[in-house]
Write a protein that binds this ligand. Structure first.
Ligand code: 4NP
Length: 163
């Protein structure tokens, strides 16, 4: 059976999207669904290609028992729209950038805000960039990502009859 392929996208691929990638992978592994769901992440920009996530994000994630080991890569408009079923962006800037790169409606329909899947933070429409923020921003972003990834997994399980 084909895997469901998810790509998390943010600006730099060192804070939000690798955190979403690592958290979603942990949730999927815990439920024994790693054979059914494939996860990756990428950045709009190419400044951090090959790098581990930002040390601040790694440290805050490690406090919650998530090991973030992704190496930064840049979104590839030639292959990523084809390879992934869902492209999950963090904010309006990511959405506009991806929209600009999409070749047609079918590709654009794969693009969703991760924040669409929030259950416990109904006031938020985006996952804000913590890069220039402090400790509390990183913690809040992780709260949002944990909430949204749990919501996304529940949606995928219902839609695809996964157990
Ligand atoms: P991210 O955060 O998009 O959540 O990975 C950022 C990381 C790096 C930069 C911007 C945002 N940067 O400009 O290098």
């Amino acid at each position: 059976m084909d895997k469901i392929r998810l790509l998390f996208v943010c600006l730099g691929n060192i804070c939000r999207s690798p955190a979403a990638h690592g958290i979603m992978q942990e949730l999927v592994d815990r439920e024994g669904l790693s054979g059914r769901i494939f996860i990756d992440s990428a950045g709009i920009g190419g400044w951090h290609i090959g790098e581990l996530p930002d040390p601040r994000m790694r440290s805050h994630a490690a406090d919650r028992r998530y090991a973030l080991m992704h190496r930064g890569r840049q979104f590839d408009a030639q292959s990523d729209f084809d390879h992934f079923d869902m492209i999950l962006v963090m904010d309006e800037e990511n959405y506009a950038d991806i929209k600009h790169m999409a070749h047609n409606d079918k590709e654009m329909q794969k693009v969703h805000y991760l924040a669409e899947y929030l259950c416990h933070h109904p006031q938020e429409n985006t996952i804000p960039d913590p890069y220039y923020g402090g400790v509390e921003h990183f913690e809040y972003v992780l709260d949002l990502i944990e909430d949204a990834c749990a919501g996304l997994l529940e949606t995928l399980k219902k839609k695809n009859h996964l157990h």
